[in-house]
Write a protein that binds this ligand. Structure first.
Ligand SMILES: Nc1ncnc2c1ncn2[C@@H]1O[C@H](COP(=O)(O)OP(=O)(O)OP(=O)(O)O)[C@@H](O)[C@H]1O
Ligand SMILES: [Mg+2]
Length: 155
């Protein structure tokens, strides 16, 4: 079964609020594959997601560091599990992707949000997790963005 959600956002704040609300549906061992052009709102969505997970630290794009790790504070069923924010923009080869150790990260059972998930497809990497969501952001005007979330079917 495939479940999908679509949201038309009219501001960065609306994108964040939508993501924060949507985050309440998450369960352990979830991966979000974010796709979309430069400035489509991937980091903005993740900022809202982190807020919804009770993470108080500022969310900065891990463009150079590739990965940031946080501890989820809410909802209760996720409390204490890790949240990873990964940005694959600078990844150019499958070998670089391998050094990230995505499999080990997934084994930790938290929530993993990956910007520029297109890079995984390019390297033919598919990630296994209990829930895998494709989050596609598209420009729908200067201050409008369409957020489409589709859950990948398991197995
Ligand atoms: N409705 C909206 N939702 C999200 N961002 C919006 C919206 N309207 C305008 N913006 C602007 O678009 C930009 C989105 O930037 P953001 O860093 O989130 O994009 P990104 O997809 O992560 O880009 P990159 O590919 O560089 O990582 C911000 O400057 C934000 O203010
Ligand atoms: Mg970004």
């Amino acid at each position: 079964m495939t479940t999908s959600t679509e949201f038309l956002s009219d501001s960065p704040a609306a994108t964040e609020a939508f993501a924060a609300r949507w985050a309440q549906n998450l369960t352990p061992d979830a991966v979000l594959l974010l796709t979309g052009d430069l400035g489509a709102g991937k980091t903005t969505f993740i900022r809202g997601l982190a807020h919804g997970l009770g993470i108080a630290e500022p969310i900065r794009s891990p463009t150079f560091t590739l990965m940031h790790e946080y501890v989820i504070q809410q909802p209760p069923h996720l409390q204490g599990t890790p949240f990873f924010h990964i940005d694959l923009y600078r990844i150019e080869t499958p070998a670089q992707l391998a050094t990230l150790g995505l499999d080990e990260i997934l084994e930790r059972g938290g929530v993993v949000a990956i910007e520029w998930a297109e890079r995984l497809r390019m390297a033919n990497v598919s990630l296994r997790a209990t829930h895998v969501y494709e989050v596609a952001l598209t420009h729908s005007g200067e201050t409008h963005r369409t957020v489409r979330i589709v859950e990948q079917c398991a197995g």
